[in-house]
Write a protein that binds this ligand. Structure first.
Ligand code: TYD
Ligand code: MG
Length: 460
């Protein structure tokens, strides 16, 4: 009589081990293995024959496969539809990850409300909030958010049975970590549970052509809980980012079977829910201070150019080592930029504290941000605004190399076009950027172009 087996599964990478280990053999993380009980597998054939039990089928050439044209469901939220690649594909599973309070429930409620309003059958399943709480949120939202049928339930069997009976065209599961499969012993939210929930929902979604928006929490470390396990199962992984206290949020696709992973949506959280920010560059440029320590970066958010303000503050410190605080850029890039500024461009921050912030709570994780960081810091150190008295704000982009050179980055033409569109100039960019840029081969040259000559110290 086969008995249930116990395995240990890594909650970070999903690797399995026959016994508990302190360190995961898959990803090397510590204390991530959790015990999981598995139902016995069906008894294997005892015969010696290596012949498989299945039936052989004839593979067909791709050219004779009929391609299905998906009619996508428009969520009515332009930025979301764009990131999805043109709307939701029926029968697809989309995982939306983000930290608590970022707006996942708001975004999915708004999408369902719009779809319901457009005559689609929808269902909002919540294991997190009561139906009354969901109603309170929906009251604040536009569209037909209040018409969306809701099921407040944590039992997976009930949810699957309800989905099967109701046959919605679109459904939200908020969140995958709160549903619980009764036949697994582990707690809701554990790797085994999350995998089981996603697996059962996927099978039903494919069989019944239900588009499912699966909400997933992000752990403190910034990864989706049980992340790799889920990423394999779903068609699309969207990450909702930003800081809860800030108004701007970005939505980007980390994986998309039905579209590109380059697009980014920008939203603003307001009283009436999330509002799309289509003119993000105009907002950020409009808010730029032009004070010493401020630089406008022509960044790329996926395939979309975005102008953001990078701010730096350099102030005397009593701490050893001094503080290096960043918001929206990589801390290591700041260390690199400061080193190159000191060594090759004659701008030393010495033992001062350095704070760098990308305004609006936006993250720019690209090497093209280096030059803006360097110029903002240099401008802060010298106490002079970039561009001096020039009527237009200076914009820039470019990667800073270790020998003080400026290296080219992708999409120079689009960055330049965006900067011109918003009346910025000059645009300081690496050599070869063309298109009317002020080309600077080195960081030193870029500094000369951006910062007016320091007033000469008068002889005493
Ligand atoms: P929520 O969507 O519940 O976040 P998540 O599901 O990702 O945890 O909402 C997050 C925050 O947004 C919450 O603190 C309240 C705020 N909010 C608004 O500011 N305006 C609104 O219209 C709504 C619905 C929420
Ligand atoms: Mg929520």
């Amino acid at each position: 009589m086969p008995r249930p087996t116990t395995v240990h599964v890594c909650s970070s990478c999903g690797a399995e081990a026959p016994r508990w280990l302190g360190q995961c053999p898959g990803c090397g993380e510590w204390n991530t293995l959790v015990e999981e009980t598995r139902a016995p597998a069906p008894a294997a054939g005892r015969g010696r024959s290596p012949a498989p039990a299945g039936r052989a089928v004839k593979p067909v050439p791709l050219s004779s496969v009929r391609a299905v044209q998906h009619v996508r469901l428009q969520t009515g939220i332009g930025e979301l539809d764009r990131v999805l690649g043109g709307g939701l594909v029926p029968g697809s599973l989309v995982l939306i990850g983000g930290s608590p309070g970022i707006g996942k429930s708001t975004l999915t409620s708004m999408a369902l409300g719009n779809l319901q309003g457009a005559g689609k059958r929808t269902l909002y399943v919540s294991g997190e909030e009561s139906a009354a709480q969901i109603r309170l949120r929906a009251e604040r939202l536009p569209g037909a958010a209040l018409e969306v049928p809701v099921l407040a339930e944590t039992d997976l069997e009930t949810v699957v049975a309800t989905l099967d009976a109701e046959r919605p065209e679109v459904c939200v599961i908020d969140s995958v970590q709160t549903l619980h499969a009764a036949d697994l012993t582990s707690a809701a939210g554990s790797v085994g549970q999350v995998r089981e929930v996603a697996d059962r929902i996927t099978r039903l979604a494919k069989a019944r052509d239900i588009a499912v928006l699966l909400v997933g929490h992000v752990t403190k470390e910034g990864s989706l809980a049980g992340p790799r396990v889920l990423e394999h199962l779903v068609d699309c992984v969207l990450q909702f980012e930003g800081e809860r206290e800030r108004t701007y949020r970005t939505l980007r696709a980390l994986k998309n079977r039905f579209g590109s992973t380059n697009d980014v949506g920008v939203f603003e959280m307001r009283q009436g829910g999330l509002v799309e920010v289509q003119d993000a560059s105009a907002r950020f440029v409009g808010e730029a201070t032009r004070a010493p320590g401020s630089a406008v970066l022509a960044a790329m958010e996926g395939s979309r150019p975005l102008l953001v303000e990078v701010q730096a503050l350099v102030s005397p410190s009593e701490l050893v080592p001094p503080r290096r605080v960043v918001n929206g850029i990589d801390r290591n890039r700041l260390a690199l930029v400061l080193a190159v500024l000191g060594r090759h461009a004659g701008v030393s921050v010495g033992s001062a504290d350095v704070f760098v912030n990308v305004a609006g709570g936006v993250r720019v994780d690209e090497p093209g941000a280096d030059l803006a960081v360097a110029l903002a810091v240099a401008s802060a150190v010298r106490g002079l605004p970039l561009g001096g008295d020039s009527p237009k704000p200076v914009a820039c982009f470019g990667e800073v190399g270790l020998t003080g050179e400026l290296r080219s980055v992708g999409h120079a033409d689009r960055r330049l076009a965006e900067a011109r569109k918003f009346g910025l100039g000059p645009v300081i960019a690496p050599a070869g950027s063309e298109g009317g840029a002020t080309e600077a081969p080195t960081l030193r040259a870029a500094l000369r172009a951006a910062l007016p000559q320091q007033p000469r110290a008068r002889a005493a």
